[in-house]
Design a binder for this molecule. Structure first.
Ligand SMILES: Cc1ncc(COP(=O)(O)O)c(C=O)c1O
Length: 376
């Protein structure tokens, strides 16, 4: 392809609309520390998500970090190895040992049937990821958590706009976190949020995002600086007006991918939009390349597309357990499915401004790849 197709691109609202909000920030002369845009964004988010308690943060990673600190999680936490670095780093940076549980082959979320065998007297929580916006089996996780008195955090970084029976899935668990990073379905440039059940945690989370400061002369927690500033909140507020259109557009692109890609032998897409009562956000389009059937591997396809200016992403490869910083430190023996999928997964370009013509061109190139190999 002549033009460069990136794997993702941020949604940007009309610049004039953002400039008006920036003018207002100047007028207010209030740029951070719980300003008027921050407060308004929080209220609008509560309405949009159908939740009661939100703490806004500078990014999704700090939302995770502070959810862990605020809930007092320690010792060992059962989590997934099939995730972005942030999920595991947040645990390790809090002195917690991640215990990796395998994932399910159908939707790539944590395999709830394998959680119980990993529980020890040191286990205090489950940190599960709604990976690609695919909801975890929260009913079983809830059941296990109650049985063993564990806390539950959901990393919902990929799941803005995913609803169960009309309510955001961020309402699940003791706390759920969002990332509003530029590359996510919904962005506030950088940004994040903790959605939580117990109102009493509000004071604690708000303190942790501001150095643990409780009052002018009172610092009760070893906190962070994780506040969302006014420029981020203004962007979030504005983008919230466009989110439904963005998701609708991503749905069209996804449906076209499905229609065309499902004809290619050896390429399977992972998609869980058909579960009862769920609406999906079309955040990623991950495919699994079965090299034995396709005649080419995931890495072959990645390289082939790369030289044709189509940039895909091996998301998630390598697995967390194979990172240089973790290699050999945590057990990776019980995660065969995660290991297998990590070598086969590829996320195709997906963002609201990707044209359907470009999607068709990408699909043509993939569909013709095998033929080109045979003729080579
Ligand atoms: C699964 C997951 N968790 C956490 C994060 C961290 O979010 P942020 O980049 O906003 O800090 C990301 C970001 O990509 C993510 O994909």
């Amino acid at each position: 392809m002549k033009k460069n197709i990136t794997v993702t691109k941020p949604f940007l609202p009309p610049v004039e609309e953002y400039k008006k909000l920036v003018d207002k920030i100047w007028e207010n002369c209030w740029v951070t520390n719980n300003g008027p845009f921050n407060k308004k964004f929080k209220e609008k988010l509560k309405e949009y998500l159908g939740v009661s308690n939100i703490c806004l943060t500078v990014n999704g990673h700090m939302a995770l970090d502070i959810a862990i600190k605020g809930l007092g999680i320690k010792g060992e936490v059962i989590t997934t190895p099939f995730t972005f670095a942030s999920t595991t780093h947040a645990l390790v940076l809090n002195g917690i040992t991640p215990v990796f549980c395998d994932i399910k082959e159908d939707d790539l979320t944590i395999d709830v049937d394998k959680i119980e065998e990993l529980i020890t007297p040191k286990t205090t929580a489950i940190l599960a990821v709604h990976v690609y916006g695919h909801n975890c089996d929260y009913e079983k996780i809830d059941h296990i958590a109650k049985k063993y008195n564990l806390k539950v955090i959901y990393d919902a970084a990929h799941s803005f706009g995913v609803n169960k029976d009309g309510v955001s899935i961020s309402s699940l668990g003791d706390a759920s976190i969002f990332s509003f990073h530029a590359t996510k379905v919904f962005n506030s440039i950088e940004g994040g949020a903790i959605i939580f059940k117990d109102k009493k945690l509000e004071r604690i989370f708000n303190s942790y995002i501001n150095f643990g400061i409780e009052g002018q002369e009172q610092i009760d927690f070893v906190g962070e600086n994780a506040k969302m500033n006014e420029f981020q909140a203004a962007m979030g507020l504005l983008n919230l007006q466009y989110i439904d259109k963005v998701i609708e557009r991503r749905k069209k692109i996804t449906n076209l991918y499905i229609k065309r890609i499902s004809k290619v032998k050896g390429i399977n897409y992972v998609f869980n939009n058909n579960k009862d009562g769920y609406t999906y956000n079309y955040s990623y389009f991950p495919i699994i390349v079965d090299s034995e059937v396709a005649g080419f591997s995931r890495d072959d396809l990645y390289d082939f597309l790369q030289v044709r200016n189509i940039h895909t992403r091996k998301y998630f490869y390598p697995l967390v357990t194979d990172y240089g910083c973790y290699n050999g430190k945590f057990s990776n023996v019980n995660i065969p499915v995660a290991k297998k999928i990590s070598k086969k997964i590829l996320c195709l370009p997906l963002y609201d401004s990707l044209s359907l013509d470009d999607v068709n061109d990408i699909c043509d190139i993939i569909i013709n790849y095998k033929g080109e190999m045979d003729n080579a």
